[in-house]
Design a protein around this ligand. Structure first.
Ligand code: ZN
Ligand code: ZN
Length: 98
């Protein structure tokens, strides 16, 4: 992806994360998945996009709840082995705006 497009998306995504729409999605996702998908931790939780194809119109398949530790691990290639066995995660990482 060209760098400018990447920067644009990143900025737009940051705005999106503050929107009422995203807050609603968050609420639904957390109510259905109150724990980290990897290690079952309860706090602090993040929502990770497994893909960005449906950005702004996500379904639950596009999202996964992770604790902060596992979310950071997913975004850092050094710790990839920890969660590399999870289905879809490598793919998600490759596609990620990293
Ligand atoms: Zn993420
Ligand atoms: Zn975790």
């Amino acid at each position: 992806m060209p760098l400018l497009r990447k920067t644009y998306l990143k900025r737009e995504y940051q705005t999106y994360r503050k929107s009422a729409h995203w807050k609603k999605i968050q609420k639904i996702v957390y109510s259905q998945n109150p724990r980290c998908y990897v290690g079952n931790e309860r706090y602090p939780l993040n929502i990770h996009h497994t893909n960005y194809e449906n950005l702004y119109n996500e379904s639950l398949q596009d999202l996964v709840v992770l604790c902060e530790f596992h979310h950071k691990a997913l975004h850092s290639s050094a710790k990839m082995e920890t969660i590399a066995s999870l289905p879809g995660f490598i793919m998600a990482f490759e596609k990620h705006v990293a």
